[in-house]
Design a protein around this ligand. Sequence first.
Ligand SMILES: Nc1nc2c(c(=O)[nH]1)N[C@H]1C(S)=C(S)[C@@H](COP(=O)(O)O)O[C@H]1N2
Ligand SMILES: [Mo]
Length: 199
Amino acid sequence: MQNATIRSPDTLRSQRVPPGQKLTEKFPVLHHGSVPPVGVSAWNFQIEGLIKQPRTLSFQEFSLLPRVRVFSDLHCVTGWSRLNNTWEGVSSQTIKDIVDILPEARYVMVHGAGGFTTNLPIDEFFAEDVLFAFTHDDKPITAEHGAPVRLVVPRLYLWKSAKWANGVEFMAQDKPGFWESFGYHMHGDPWTEERYGGR
Ligand SMILES: Nc1nc2c(c(=O)[nH]1)N[C@H]1C(S)=C(S)[C@@H](COP(=O)(O)O)O[C@H]1N2
Ligand SMILES: [Mo]
């Protein structure tokens, strides 16, 4: 049986395209550096930082976690938006069942292969439409879009959706991730155009 699909709330807006964005039917590929190889045997997922006991999950363990389906729009800071995406994968909320997060934790740094990082407030990381996705529109995510697993954070600009995701780190204070350290906004709300600079 397929899971009921969680609708990202922004897909219920009467105007679904944020200010300064244009619609595309395509799914452009954007990232820094080269596409890492998709080997799942050496893949693991590390949960670290402000938790009682760090945990590392193998690909097998991670892929056996319960799955959710999410319907979302995507908004890239470079100006394109793509509507009606369906994702399937592990809800960010499942992490709460795997580790004990300390009360001081207020931010999350998501890690991706090759040293990529992106920072999020903890409440936004645990929003019900945030997931570590294996599939996009019912097909396995391609290598250039982040296989085997990519984070999807539908309510923030797409740079927060780390491709080749391989871990999360809980932090007391906010810290810039990769693009944020080059001047991208610390938060990245597309509806208020938090594109570059600022917190
Ligand atoms: N690991 C990793 N993830 C990343 C990036 C990156 O450089 N490395 N770039 C981000 C940026 S800036 C964008 S716009 C989106 C693009 O996702 P797409 O290639 O699937 O469209 O990936 C995000 N995730
Ligand atoms: Mo981007």
